[in-house]
Design a protein around this ligand. Sequence first.
Ligand code: ATP
Ligand code: MG
Length: 585
Amino acid sequence: MLRMSTLFVRTLRDDPADAELPSHRLLVRAGYVRRAAPGIYSWLPLGHRVLRNVERVVREEMDAIGAQEVHFPALLPREPYEASNRWTEYGDNIFRLKDRKGADYLLGPTHEEMFTLLVKDLCSSYKDLPLFLYQIQTKYRDEPRPRAGILRGREFVMKDSYSFDISDEAFAVSYAAHRDAYVRIFERLGLRYVVVKAMSGAMGGSASEEFLAVAPNGEDTYARSLGGYAANVEAVRVVAPEPLPYDDAPAAHVEETPDTPTIETLVAVANAKLPRDDRRWTAADTLKNVLVVLRHPGGQRETVAIGLPGDREVDLKRLQAQVEPAEVEPFTEDDFAVHPGLVKGYLGPQALGTESATGVRYLVDPRVVAGTRWVTGANEHGRHVFDLVAGRDFTPDGVIEAAEVRAGDPAPDGSGPLQLARGTEMGHIFQLGRRFADALGLQVLDQNGRLVTVTMGSYGVGVSRAVAAIIETSHDERGIVWPREVAPADVHLVATGKDPAVLAAAERIAAGLADAGVEVLFDDRPKVSPGVKFTDAELIGVPTIVVIGRNLAEGVVEVRDRASGDRQDVPVDDAVVRVAAVVRG
Ligand code: ATP
Ligand code: MG
């Protein structure tokens, strides 16, 4: 039993100044966590109990699919990460350190390498597979933008598991088992979630899905159609239209378009000075060329130009997902200074491409297919070129999915128009394929005695993030509303007033509930007003609140449901049995 009189907690009346999201505000105010450094938090007793409850749910569901729990160090040697190239690829995102002898170490951001090596040590035959291993571990990532308390921390708790299989067919079974386990985990955690197609990022592999908690303030955007398509916008593939014939297209011609450095000004001038007969020019007729810099893991900076229809913006997250492990940086005035061939505001395809004078790699949106005709920069100040035909007048170096996805765009699978919504990534399951097994030499003998490289899957759940995400889904203006499965206690028992009979009855009921296996948070503070106790109870968010006070004279106690606010009076003599029944559902 937890007693408020001695519990190591202090609830706060005011929101912390740095907290924007409800979960962050409430976790701090209700005394669940305290900030230690940016993106680094300490767990107080109530918070630690919730964290352990989330871990229990995850552990039970992983155990249920036959995964075996292990525990790796967080402090890891450089060499395995060097072998997989991630020592470099992770760039600034990992915490690196040196021991007293000057040897390099890192704090594990994720553990593929270590698992691969351990399995290599212990397994040698197809008979050892399939194998599922998992851990619930503290991870370290020097996130560029730690955010919203524990939602995006630099130290956080993750469940990571890995599957090891002899073939792609066997992998598909392991993947499906994990997917089912994830569905059960997120159901039990009481999250409103969607499963969406995802990018596999730096990891390679093809099967990749994310579990996103639906959250209007989430960092991820996903697209779905009524016909059942669902994908993180990072993973949406634009369907390229068929190439168009261009035999009849007039030759490209350069026109004076003074003061048109933006798409808007260009369209206005084109309509005023060079009107079409059939309709007005629109932004969609223009080809916009956007310069960015890719910083590659080794540190080298590469300028890249992205061509896309002028009515669309570049979506930086989509672009970032495409170029990983490189990082996208802005193309600055200084960069223009060293590239005199790139005319700001009037950039056109003829000056772009690895074959061109500038040598800048030129990647275009999938909609820029051969035969499409564009109005675009002429690479001279104040001039644009019209009727520039893709495939005739320019040939890009490749295609890139960097344009924003918009509501109403067609789903790639033809299942109808897309709708957009936001979410927070809670879990990611994906096929690693043989990347790590190849890099680290994980092979086993198959039935025919031949050495084969093992096929792996990687599966993560944000355990500490889940604590915050659950609150994002489940709170009201008064505080947290925990789903029973993860609540820090089953019952919050509030004794009000100073009457010794009330306190004695409350003690009896608390003890009776504890004996019945119910976890009780007992507000036994003698000198605290009922108002403060109720406010605290609603802030802390235990699902059932039992009030023992004035009604005791009539032989009843009050049982409140935190979520619905429903109240019922229960005879004091039945209180233990009745409350225990509520708790067991
Ligand atoms: P994100 O896109 O949110 O940065 P990620 O793609 O880096 O996530 P993974 O490497 O797949 O995430 O990690 C597995 C899970 O760990 C994620 O689904 C998420 O729930 C959780 N997670 C990742 N980064 C953090 C973080 N900085 N703080 C808390 N949880 C995190
Ligand atoms: Mg991340």
